[in-house]
Design a protein around this ligand. Structure first.
Ligand code: GLA
Length: 696
């Protein structure tokens, strides 16, 4: 086991001496040193050109049963005609176990539930990799964990190549030519432009994956040049950063031939809500560019996806991918995903809830364990976000507005931070060297992190109380809870609603920890625990005083989801968005964060970018933009029968492991194949409500 595995390889810009240490302030403590915890495997670092290329091969192959039951019967054209002119070819040397064979299935378990297939229009599929397997995006970043640091850039995907104009403002992208959606309809620039114009730019639509126009830069435009060429124009010069935003989840176009007729702009009878819901989960064989197509859905039971006969990626021998005929998703709970995968009744889990670590480790260590378990770096982290919008976002009540004003007061945020005993909070999830107190901002151990630029306001109830008094709060009625000053919200008790994701035990435990610790400070916290898909709407609608959130890839990788690091646009940040009055009432330090992030986006100088992220970290943590809670590693659990799982695949870095492991290349060797397929020998039939898969 190598010891230096905490640095996140692929993004590894290791930093030198900090030029910008944080300024000491009252109450500031030393940033805790995370306990040593070695990741259990490391990537083999390669160049993107070692992984793939686009080229025509002399011959193509597919599973025999597809040729026999579908091509020979005239149901499908021959495989060569279903592939694009130049398919994406995975190079053999980069496949850990080489060229694979067809067959078998990967059984997933998820805690989410689908509300439809219109990802572009804002429908959610239930997470856990369903959408990742269905929708392909212009670029791809999940597998970048294995790309050499000095060659780090997004991988080509639907966009097979691109070039910048001399002045750096224009980016011309070449799309795969002659590729088809899983129903056989052509994929072209029209799909890309429909996604952009009528989903991203249309503010009535909130694409799943969170794309807004500013995700790609303020004032950016995108136009069709010809069927397989599109052109971006940016205000910035060579903002290569946006190429990361064109990967999952912000630029994964849906099938325009299906979606356009349902979009209110083209269909006067439909509302935007009807557009979003036009393809409910019962609608099967929905056309995708991904490796698997949904062919069966049983509420609260299962979703089955079968191989896409038009998939446009192959191995170097010309075998059409994916190797796995099927992926399935049991609709259960996230915690059950760990339990079942460890037990062998499911095949894949991101072990991300520390409450399950000990049991999972125990079982996986046994000689007859069906699954292997490998820990990565500490890339899972939770933050308590005070809603910083004082501008009416989410239409707060009088009490809500008074809380927003408190949230905007640094003394108040310091009081909250110093009332949190992060050490015991982490230990209440799991004992041992896993969790570490998290001050907020970039995670310790990641490549842009700089300890000297990190401020920390650690646990000290006395100091917390002093800060609370400084913020003008005292317990005027003697009931143990501080009151607003007379004249603010009627001088009532400070009672704060904390939004929490009810689908995860960890989120709930952390929120309960916050509640208990705030009680000791004299603040009453009430949990607003929301399960299911409505959570996103509540979050994006700004309907929260505080929220506990498992952070996204921005705080791990910086380059992925960069615009989420600060409120650079009206709707890019989690906890501060444009209000009913149309303004974004940024606090001065937020404006500084925005300037730093924008400079980062516009810069391609690595030393400058490292320096900017130190400034970002200092601004974030000194001002407690978000209040960090805990940070810990996750483990990939995968059934031992699968081959081609890349070494050192993290459960979360640029993306989740369902993308990172390149599932379309994963296979099961002949002696390990199972009969676990739920819909053997079938392919998707025509799209439609109730249309299941067909056998020939
Ligand atoms: C959920 C799960 C993650 C991962 C993602 C993929 O968020 O909690 O582990 O599977 O879905 O989108």
């Amino acid at each position: 086991m190598k010891r230096h595995a905490m640095a996140l390889g692929g993004a590894g810009l290791m930093l030198g001496v900090s030029l910008l240490a944080v300024q000491a302030q009252d109450g500031m403590g030393k940033v805790p040193e995370p306990p040593a915890f070695a990741a259990q495997s490391e990537p083999n670092f390669v160049s993107i050109s070692d992984m793939l290329e686009y080229k025509a091969l002399p011959e193509y192959h597919e599973p025999e049963w597809v040729t026999k039951n579908f091509v020979d019967t005239g149901k499908l054209p021959p495989v060569a005609e279903r592939l694009p002119k130049e398919p994406l070819v995975y190079k053999t040397a980069n496949m850990p176990d080489g060229v694979g064979i067809y067959g078998d299935t990967m059984r997933h378990v998820i805690g989410g539930r689908p509300d439809g297939w219109n990802y572009a229009g804002g429908a959610q599929q239930g997470w856990g990799g369903i959408d990742i397997g269905m929708y392909e995006c212009l670029t791809r970043t999940g597998p970048l964990f294995q790309v050499k640091a000095d060659e780090l850039e997004p991988m080509p995907n639907l966009a097979k190549s691109w070039e910048w104009s001399e002045d750096g403002h224009e980016l011309t992208m070449h799309l795969i030519e002659g590729a088809k959606w899983s129903d056989g309809m052509p994929f072209s620039a029209d799909d890309v432009i429909f996604y952009w114009e009528d989903n991203v730019l249309d503010t009535n639509v909130s694409p799943t994956g969170g794309a807004t126009p500013e995700t790609f830069g303020v004032g950016t435009t995108l136009v069709k040049v010809d069927d397989y060429t599109v052109k971006w124009t940016f205000k910035e010069v060579r903002p290569t950063q946006y190429l990361y935003q064109m990967a999952y989840g912000a630029f994964c176009p849906g099938p325009a031939h299906m979606l356009k007729p349902q979009h209110p702009k083209y269909n006067a009878e439909n509302t935007y809500e009807e557009y979003k819901n036009a393809f409910p989960p019962e609608y099967l064989n929905f056309p995708v560019m991904g490796a698997w197509v949904p062919v069966e859905y049983r509420p609260d039971d299962v979703i089955v996806l079968r191989r896409n006969p038009y998939y446009w990626k192959v191995d170097a021998d010309g075998n059409q991918l994916p190797y796995l005929n099927e992926v399935s998703y049991r609709l259960s709970t996230w915690s059950d995903r760990d339990v079942q995968t460890v037990a062998g009744t499911a095949d894949f889990s991101n072990l991300e809830q520390p409450e399950n670590f000990v049991e999972s480790l125990k079982r996986s260590a046994e000689a007859d364990a069906p699954a292997r378990l490998q820990f990565g770096a500490r890339t899972i982290g939770y933050t308590l976000y005070p809603n910083l919008s004082g501008n009416g976002w989410g239409e707060p009540s009088e009490l809500g507005q008074a809380i927003r004003e408190l949230n905007r007061n640094l003394d108040f945020r310091k009081a909250v931070s110093m009332a949190l005993d992060r050490q015991s909070m982490g230990e209440s999830l799991v004992k041992g060297p896993f969790t570490t107190p998290y001050p907020g901002g970039l995670y310790a151990g990641t490549s842009f992190y700089d300890k000297d630029s990190t401020a920390y306001f650690p646990y000290s109830l006395d100091e917390a109380k002093a800060y609370l008094a400084k913020a003008g709060l005292s317990d005027t009625d003697g009931n143990g809870i501080v009151n607003f000053p007379a004249g603010t919200a009627g001088g009532q008790d400070v009672q704060i609603t904390l939004l929490v994701n009810g689908d995860y035990g960890t989120d709930k435990s952390l929120a309960e920890g916050v509640l208990t610790m705030m009680e000791k400070l004299g603040i009453r916290v009430v949990l607003d625990t929301i399960s299911g898909n409505s959570l996103t709407e509540i979050q994006q609608g700004g309907k929260f005083d505080w929220a506990v959130l498992r952070n996204g890839a921005d705080l791990v990788s910086v380059v992925q989801g960069t615009v989420g690091l600060a409120p650079v646009g009206p709707r890019t940040a989690f906890s501060h968005r444009v209000g009913t009055d149309g303004t974004l009432d940024l606090l001065p330090f937020e404006q500084e964060m925005v300037d730093v992030v924008n400079k980062f986006i516009a810069s391609s100088d690595n030393a400058e970018r490292a320096e900017l992220m130190k400034q970002y970290q200092a601004l974030y943590t000194q001002n407690l933009y978000g209040i960090g809670l805990t940070q810990y590693p996750g483990a990939l659990i995968i059934n031992k029968r699968f081959a081609n799982i890349p070494a050192g695949a993290p459960i979360f870095q640029f993306n989740w492991a369902e993308d990172n492991i390149i599932r379309e290349r994963v296979f099961v060797p002949a002696d390990k194949q199972t009969t676990n397929e739920l819909q053997p020998d079938t392919l998707p039939a025509a799209p439609g409500i109730g249309n299941g898969p067909i056998k020939n």
